[in-house]
Design a protein around this ligand. Structure first.
Ligand code: TPP
Length: 261
């Protein structure tokens, strides 16, 4: 059945913001999966945090819950525990997921909670107008780091691989076909799915030219079932940015075990 998930809410992201590309990609995946009878939209719930990314739930006509900043993951875990038949997806910012909410992300991955986490990774706090986040590169100059950040940035892919996430991927918002493919695989995966979506903030930190020269898609056949190989791929390059599904394995989920008790 064809379904249209657009809403009448006015898009208030900056014109040209890659959040719009993530929105269109996600909506397209959901519409396609519904058309193919792989999903019923009534059985999908989306959660989002506070930040520019969080507006995404206003623009997709489906059940959603906007939580607190940094608390997208516990909201998703609660929804999935209460009704394990639901497909639970969520959008976080990098501030949301890796700064204030990091503990939730790590423990949800460790438990293999069957939720699908999409991080809109723009390497700063965008809604609050450009402060450094834990993803900002060393030397980044913003409102809170006028002399340049003195911290090393957080590595979400290596962290997710090492704490037991069963699906770990990275994509680039501007590559919408690639993003659709990765988002769909993340939704189809049974267990914890983590997707870092590189989403340059074109207003406060426009990295598009920098990224274009460095991003490349990995050969996924080498790594998907092999944690050691996935770690090798992401640690072997320092001047390039690998994209793709680094790991896709299965393990009993938290909710399966919970409901078997
Ligand atoms: C508990 C709490 N802490 C801090 C804030 C202030 N705040 C709102 S949005 C935001 C940062 C958003 O950054 P990010 O999560 O990366 O999302 P983006 O705006 O970049 O999409 C902060 C710190 C808040 N609203 N609530």
């Amino acid at each position: 059945m064809a379904i249209n998930l657009t809403t009448t809410s006015k898009i208030t992201w900056c014109p040209g913001c890659p959040n719009s590309q993530i929105l269109v990609s996600l909506r397209q995946v959901l519409q396609t999966m519904v058309a193919e009878n792989k999903l019923r939209i009534e059985d999908v719930v989306m959660s989002a945090g506070i930040g520019c990314h969080g507006k995404i739930t206003d623009y997709i006509n489906m059940n959603s819950f906007t939580g607190l900043h940094g608390r997208v993951i516990p909201a998703m875990t609660g929804i999935k525990c209460a009704n394990p038949k639901l497909t639970v997806i969520g959008s976080c910012g990098d501030g949301d997921a890796f700064s204030e909410g990091l503990e939730h992300l790590v423990h949800a991955a460790r438990r293999n909670s069957d939720i699908k986490v999409f991080v809109h990774d723009n390497q700063l706090f965008a809604l609050t107008t450009g402060q450094a986040s834990s993803r900002s590169p060393k030397g980044f100059k913003g409102k809170s780091t006028p002399f340049g950040s003195i911290e090393e940035p957080f590595d979400p892919i290596l962290t997710m691989l090492s704490v037991g996430a069963t699906f770990v991927a990275r994509t680039y918002a501007g590559d919408m076909k690639g993003t659709e493919r990765v988002i769909r695989a993340a939704i189809e995966h049974k267990g914890f799915s983590f997707v870092d979506i590189i989403q340059p903030c074109i207003t406060f930190f426009d990295t598009r030219d920098f990224l274009k020269e460095r991003m490349y898609w990995i050969d996924e056949k080498e790594s998907t079932g092999d944690l050691k190989k996935a770690i090798e791929i992401v640690t072997s390059v320092t001047d390039k940015i690998p994209l793709g599904i680094f790991l896709n394995t299965t393990k009993v989920t938290f909710e399966e075990q919970l409901h078997n008790l």
